[in-house]
Design a protein around this ligand. Sequence first.
Ligand code: ADE
Ligand code: ZN
Length: 317
Amino acid sequence: MTWSPKIELHLHLEGGAPSALIRKMAAEKGVDQVGLFDAAGAYAYEDFPGFLAAYEVATQVLREPEDYERLTRAVLEQSAAHGVIYTEAFLSPDFCGGRDVGAWRDYLAAIEAGAAQVPGIEMRGVVTAIRHFGPEKALETARCAVETAGDFVTGFGLAGNEGLLHPRDFAPAFDMAHEAGLGLTAHAGEFGGPESVRAVLDDLRVTRIGHGVRAIEDPALVRRLAEEGIVLEVNPGSNVALGVYADIASHPIETLRERGVKVTVSTDDPPFFHTDMDAEYAALARAFAWDDATFREINRNAAEAAFCDAATRRMLL
Ligand code: ADE
Ligand code: ZN
């Protein structure tokens, strides 16, 4: 089955690195990544903390701006091969020059150069702080975002371990990004419950939420999401791979949609979760009988919520 063109709002750039690329770069640089791969050469980890640790080990071979150019090209080639025409990638100054604005500019230029080499797909960057690295580093990350905000860097986000610290700790970073006109999104309601989703809405003023699916546990919160038009960046395959839900059929995406919440579909960290956008669409079609009209609705939600300029949005709608 071939679906209509896909819009992806939630993709971590390093998390999209094909395991073969990371293995190749490790061999070229003589880096030992014991335990990162299983016997078949895929990423190996046990649980969510293990996944976050594996993610950081994989990024250790991504050292120079040229590595990021190569990474971006590889990631977007995969996305384009699965019918994605527009993607928003979470970019991490933490891994790109240690949040130094000058170094960040060099990495960003390399990422843009890589993106320009892949035909058929547009990319925007959402500069993202990592929650478990703490609020001070988040503020430096926000500074990188604000200094480079423009046609390519259009958003600011928060990822990482939702169980640590509180969204209010990150409010100064989000306020700074908001003032610079950046779109705002934060991971919540993946491993945290409804209170975690409420906190990012109240404290960070986000218009989109990364995951947000555990809002389903609180009907009043689901009504609020629907009424306020908050868009969820849902990653069904990621949630199953990390054990949030047993399988796609048990995933709340369809119930959220039925209750009027604007849901979208993304892959999060596709090689880590053995997924891609075609696999996500096929699984949703199988589990919930989603047809082309449903996917068009999902992609309309994504186009309306994309952190892009009006001309690009018109092209996506
Ligand atoms: N960073 C990369 N993938 C993530 C996820 N699924 N949740 C939180 N932080 C992440
Ligand atoms: Zn994510």
